[in-house]
Write a new protein. Structure first.
Length: 332
């Protein structure tokens, strides 16, 4: 069965824990796109709309899905706006030629991508591979050319493998460039290992079945890997406190009384209540059942490296694809 085209909704289901990133993209990329008619009338297209987005982090699995989801959300929320997606590689840019266009030297592959994009309402140019050394060169070429074109028509998306939140420091002087850190996420198995370790000194440890449910739920916890591990430990500690408080109340124990730790028991409801408090406005653990199927993460094959080919997709028809020859092989 062919997976559904990536959207913010499908990413929430298949990759829990990215709600802050999706909210950022909605506020800084999607909503300004929807407001283009207003910004055009006020002469604020260049001021209000991002021209480039730098996704930085080492989670190379989710980044391509986010880019496709941006394109699809623009189409859906923009009432079937014709949004194109052009994919180029850093290496392809470096292997192409520099040509002078209106006294500006630009990579030929960038020119080809921009020309193709002008046929659409809006176009995302996705530089999908992680070659940090050449980011500034490609951005410079793109920026020089795009300043000569109609504003509000293009978004260049970079991928950087810099995990630090300060990755944007060297880019801060650039107008129209947004930054979004994409954190690494614990897998269900990694969550289970941390949960098992965090409860290893309990006299009444959670069963394998409960650990499995908890692992599936807690992949939604936010933060980096280090932050997620700390959050899982805190989760276990808070739940254990609930069991201790219940035992104290039941036996009338005060702060100075001995607490028989072998009598501290934790219920599934305790896990659920603490989880729902910790996720805040995120996906809640409901009462409908304690089982949750783990979905296999899939990346659409169209987003894989195509070895120097440029791909174009049109959001009005999610299945439509056009593979374009590299600039060096193309005829006028």
């Amino acid at each position: 069965m062919t997976p559904a085209p990536p959207t913010f909704s499908t990413i929430r289901e298949t990759h829990p824990g990215f709600e802050p990133q999706l909210a950022y993209l909605q506020d800084n990329i999607i909503t300004p796109f929807l407001n283009r008619p207003v910004y055009e009338n006020t002469g604020q297209l260049r001021e209000k709309m991002a021209e480039a987005l730098l996704l930085h982090g080492t989670n190379s699995e989710i980044m391509p899905l986010l880019v496709k989801a941006i394109r699809n959300e623009m189409s859906i929320q923009g009432k079937e706006a014709n949004v194109g997606l052009v994919k180029i590689s850093s290496r392809e840019c470096l292997d192409s030629n520099f040509v002078a266009v209106d006294n500006v030297f630009v990579y030929t592959v960038v020119i080809d991508a921009l020309k193709k994009g002008e046929e659409r309402d809006y176009t995302i140019i996705f530089c999908h591979d992680q070659i940090d050394l050449y980011e500034s060169i490609i951005w410079w070429c793109f920026k020089k050319k795009i300043d000569q074109l109609t504003p509000g028509k293009f978004l260049l998306v970079f991928v950087s493998n810099d995990k630090k939140s300060g990755a944007s420091a060297k880019w801060n002087f650039q107008r129209g460039l947004k930054f979004l850190h994409i954190p690494d996420r614990f897998s269900t198995l990694q969550c289970r290992k941390v949960l098992l370790k965090s409860t290893s000194k309990w006299a009444n440890q959670p069963s394998d079945a409960v650990l499995g449910i908890l692992a599936e739920k807690t992949v939604a916890f936010s933060g980096s890997e280090a932050g997620q591990e700390a959050e899982l430990r805190t989760f276990c500690q808070k739940v254990y406190r609930v069991g201790v408080a219940r035992l104290r109340e039941k036996n009338g124990l005060g702060d100075k009384d001995f607490i028989p730790w072998e009598d501290v028991h934790v219920k599934v409801q305790d896990w659920r209540d603490v989880f729902n408090k910790m996720v805040g406005s995120g996906a809640k653990w409901g009462e409908e059942g304690d089982g949750l199927a783990v979905q296999t993460d899939k990346v659409d094959t169209v987003m894989q490296n195509t070895g120097g080919w440029v791909e174009l997709e049109t959001s009005a028809s999610f299945k439509k694809k056009e593979a374009l020859q590299p600039a060096s092989c193309r005829t006028s």
